[in-house]
Design a protein around this ligand. Structure first.
Ligand code: ADP
Ligand code: MG
Length: 370
């Protein structure tokens, strides 16, 4: 069978780096041919965090970061080609999500902003690059997010079973796949997954994250604090809804702290916040669901996974690895798949998820070098 090769590039709200995959879509299921993770160098991560949180970011710095990231993405593509011994001509397209700097899908002029210049990717690699996936959905009246549910449905839908795909990135999002023959999909961002856990760990452990949730697991959940955090309006808002670092950030947490709480207990409480907000969303919107397929970096947080298993029983909670795809590469594979949708003139958004007026073909195509 002829191969149908695409590359997917994903950088999520965790701002941990770039996940890159080379995938073959020729068969019934995507086949992962090569993977590469490029952590952001510390200075780049700090710069991205600072422009995304600044009330008035430096425009010159932002424009430069757009190009610098484009170079990093191009280098990831080159790395995949090298390790898989493929050539440029064999790849149909690169699908690049970019790094979200701001997500503000509300108000008179809703917007979402991803950087990582696709012109640079296409020019350096010679491969057609599809990028800027979210803004067309916003133009069609949607939230621009989440966009992965269509891919989750294509990959995991099974008639007769209600399944929920849970992605634990910086933010947590769910895709609820109905038991009907045609996947009827709903989904939304439930709130924070790792973003607060990472922020608090960075401050107190001098580490990018709390490995395996070990630090949190030795703390005590603070019930008062948890109650205040769970009282945020976002958790009660009906879907469609999407969120990011604009809402769930350390200042948001600090507004609820007296300053006397032991740091480890705060981490335990943040882990419980993620577990409970995810479980409540699944119980409210996917009551019939008996299989929860988990992907994203949060799968490696054993303490978080154990809480999800306990809160969601009797439903089965398992890593996407048990369903044939490594949890680290699901989202990057989704953007390879979305690039394919675009080249095939097929929609990538689901109005039932994003709230858009209609299904739309997502993204811009930046031609390769012929
Ligand atoms: N060993 C681990 N233990 C706990 N958490 C982890 C581990 N490895 C990764 N993570 C978490 O996963 C995050 C990265 O997940 P990812 O799916 O890439 O998120 P995003 O899509 O937001 O970039 C890290 O920031 C960290 O919070
Ligand atoms: Mg990531």
């Amino acid at each position: 069978m002829a191969e149908e090769l695409y590359i997917g590039l994903m950088s999520g709200t965790s701002m941990d780096g770039i996940d890159a995959v080379l995938v073959d879509f020729a068969g019934a299921r995507p086949r992962t041919c090569a993977t590469y993770h490029q952590p952001y160098p510390q200075a780049l991560r700090s710069a991205l965090l600072s422009v995304s949180h600044a009330a008035a970011p430096d425009l010159h710095q932002l424009a430069q970061l757009d190009i610098e990231l484009g170079e990093h993405y191009a280098a990831c593509v080159e790395m995949l080609l090298r390790t898989s011994e493929r050539s440029t001509e064999e790849i149909r397209a690169v699908g690049s999500h970019g790094q979200t700097i701001r997500h503000h899908p509300h108000g008179a002029f809703p917007y979402t902003l991803q950087i990582g210049d696709p012109n640079v990717i296409a020019e350096r690699t010679g491969i057609a690059t599809v990028a800027d996936f979210r803004r067309r959905d916003i133009a069609a009246g949607g939230q621009g997010a989440p966009l992965v549910p269509a891919f989750h449905a294509a990959l995991f839908h099974r008639p007769g079973q209600v399944r929920t795909v849970l992605n634990l990135g910086g933010i947590a999002n769910i895709s609820i796949l109905s038991a009907t023959a045609d996947a009827d999909v709903s989904g939304f961002d439930t709130g924070p997954a790792n973003v607060l856990l990472d922020g608090w760990a960075a401050r107190h452990l001098d580490a990018a994250y709390d490995a395996d949730g070990h630090w949190a697991a030795g703390g005590e959940v603070l019930p008062e604090l948890l109650r205040h955090l769970l009282a945020d309006d976002y958790f009660r808002l009906p879907p469609p809804k999407s969120t990011g670092r604009e809402l769930f950030n350390l200042p948001w947490l600090e507004r609820h702290l007296s300053g006397t709480e032991p740091a480890r207990d705060v981490q335990a409480t943040l882990l419980e916040l993620t577990a409970q907000s995810v479980a409540a969303a699944i119980r409210s919107y996917a009551a019939e669901c008996n299989q929860i397929i988990v992907c994203g970096g949060g799968v490696r947080n054993g303490a978080l996974m154990r809480r999800l298993v306990a809160l969601l029983q009797p439903a089965q909670v398992g890593s996407s690895a048990e369903y044939g795809i490594d949890p680290q590469w699901v989202e990057a594979t989704a953007f390879a798949w979305l690039a394919r949708q675009t080249l095939e003139h097929k929609p990538g958004n689901l109005p039932s998820v994003t709230g858009a007026r209609r299904p739309v073909i997502l993204g811009g195509i930046y031609p390769g070098i012929l």
